[in-house]
Design a binder for this molecule. Sequence first.
Ligand SMILES: Cc1ncc(C[n+]2csc(CCOP(=O)(O)OP(=O)(O)O)c2C)c(N)n1
Ligand SMILES: [Mg+2]
Length: 343
Amino acid sequence: MSAPTKGKARRGSRPSAPAAPELEREHGLELLHGMLRIRRFEERAAELYSLAKIRGFLHLYVGEEAVAVGAMQALTPDDAIVATYREHGQALARGLPPGSLMAEMFGKANGCSRGRGGSMHFFDVSRRFYGGYAIVGGGLPIAVGLALADKLQGRERVTACFFGDGAVAEGEFHESLNLAALWQLPVLFLCENNLYAMGTAIKQELARTDIALRAESYGVAAEAVDGMDVLAVEAAVQRAAQAVRSDEGPWLLELRTYRFRAHSMADPDLYRTKEEIERWKERDPIVLFSARLREAELLTDDNLARLEAEIAAELDEAVAIAEAGPWEPVEDLLKDVYTPPQE
Ligand SMILES: Cc1ncc(C[n+]2csc(CCOP(=O)(O)OP(=O)(O)O)c2C)c(N)n1
Ligand SMILES: [Mg+2]
């Protein structure tokens, strides 16, 4: 299939065929490391939640790692990232230090949002990581605003906005796509379609479930991508980001993926069958990509053991940073909550 033309989604868009460029060992291992690192971080977060070290809401990204890792490879440090409450993967792939993320989830003052946001509100201006939003669809208009500022100030950069399939039924999705297309803004909409919005299956929520196709009605170029294939994600985001960067207007990629764990730690996950989950696990992005690397003789057991050991040590250190972090002093309780009148 050829690349879709500007403003046109593929009819009945099917995920694009996996890209088959020559895979270099270093790059392959970097992608695998990125995905494994997110998986192990999430597993550690789940453990710490059951120990009540992490409290509040916790939404894990297990199963969706190829989306964050593939996409972030194709973006530059100058591009802006806007994500959802399921944003640990994006934050790690963007380079936010795991210690500052753990500390944030512990509610400590050395967290990336000074312990005030928790799991759903990671933020780091220095890395142009603009949230972390608990409100479904809440990041979309913010991304459009960031892109509008870039356009008005003549900066050639992209704002990448991750959001879930659940946001597609929100007014903010429609308003954001319309304005982005109308004003030809440099936004890359990255829809993580994991087929569920909490316990609601996409088929129970949307009359038309082909999200890439829906973008067409707004004049936004779009494509559906296999979100379990890290190379396919990377290649698609590279193409789309290039188009957006060249002032060809906004793009939407529908990244078809699946979360292996419940919606959040509080969800008993009773709305889907074990068989369905197992079927999707056969397409685990880490398993698929490891097999591909082994087939190409780019990965050995030793390589994998080294990656695992490196990640485990990094996460031990992250937890230690969170444990050692200070609590915000009680006198700061109202700081930044209300702005005092300016003299
Ligand atoms: C505006 C708004 N409505 C409802 C909720 C409650 N809520 C939290 S998560 C969620 C599901 C969102 O699903 P999706 O966008 O597909 O993201 P996923 O959790 O699958 O990553 C809902 C409805 C909310 N946070 N914000
Ligand atoms: Mg979803």
